[in-house]
Design a protein around this ligand. Structure first.
Ligand SMILES: [Cu+2]
Length: 257
């Protein structure tokens, strides 16, 4: 931690400025041109895919309103608060923000390619759930005119806790080792949290508004697919796909709150 510099900020005990501090240790706050892809590269990609939908069973719990009055910058953007993400259920029952990934069955080895972008915007982490490969660049942005900090509570990789005091600031971090899931929070704004699914391969997806997901470029094989939801827990299914095939599966979660 000798490379860390420290910044004293009222209301925040001690947050390290990104300077190769935390994370994997050799990251820097410099950044390269944006790359949209978070897919890995290398040998071992195939033509099979697994698609499907995650639904919520029953009536969706009523969303609670998150008030952001503690920070005027945040409340200005959300004067009436914003709905929580406990269960984001679409009109057709689709459950958003479910991480769906291959838990077992990947035989090849994969190298990360490109970067994953995590923004702090409107005093909310965007996206709320994302997948990333171990060793892949995570570019973290601050799009707000206020202080945020990103505090990754990883168990398998080194934790990082970095102040981002200025709008437009960017930094990069990595998770060294796979872990499903890593919770990331902001210590300044207690409602801010998001989840990273860190994998050794690129076969993952996050459900969209309608609960759909797609994992493609899979080699033919038999896979254990896990669906993780922050309040719904986990479910697994075993699926076999052949070259050029697409198998469709569904998951259904019930409320635990
Ligand atoms: Cu914040």
């Amino acid at each position: 931690m000798s490379k860390c510099r420290w910044l004293a900020i009222p209301s925040v005990l001690a947050l390290s400025i990104a300077s190769g501090c935390g994370g994997g240790g050799d990251e820097s706050e410099s950044h390269t041109a944006p790359a949209a892809s978070d897919a890995g590269s290398g040998a071992g990609f195939g033509t099979a895919s697994i698609t499907g939908k995650v639904t919520f069973d029953g009536a969706a719990p009523e969303a609670k309103s998150i008030r952001m009055n503690a920070d005027p910058v945040c409340s200005l953007k959300h004067p009436d608060g914003r709905e929580d993400y406990d269960y984001v259920v679409g009109a057709d029952g689709g459950l958003k923000w479910t991480f769906v990934y291959v838990k077992e069955g990947v035989a090849g080895s994969y190298e990360p390619s490109g970067e994953v972008v995590l923004d702090q915007k409107g005093c909310t982490f965007e996206p709320h759930v994302f997948g990333i490969m171990a060793g892949q660049d995570l570019k973290i942005l601050n799009s707000d005119e206020t202080l945020h900090n990103v505090h990754a509570l990883s168990n398998e990789s080194r934790q990082f806790n970095l102040a981002m005091p200025r709008m437009g600031m960017e930094l990069k971090q990595k998770f060294r080792n796979p872990e499903v899931m890593v919770r990331i929070k902001c210590d300044v704004h207690p409602w801010m949290e998001c989840w990273a699914g860190v994998l050794s391969h690129p076969f993952h997806s996050v459900t969209s508004e309608d609960g759909s997901f797609k994992i493609d470029r899979l080699p033919a094989g038999t896979y254990t697919i896990e669906a993780w939801h922050e309040n719904g827990g986990t479910q697994t299914q075993t699926v076999t796909v052949g070259d050029g095939e697409s198998q469709e599966i569904t998951f259904s979660f019930k409320s635990s709150v």
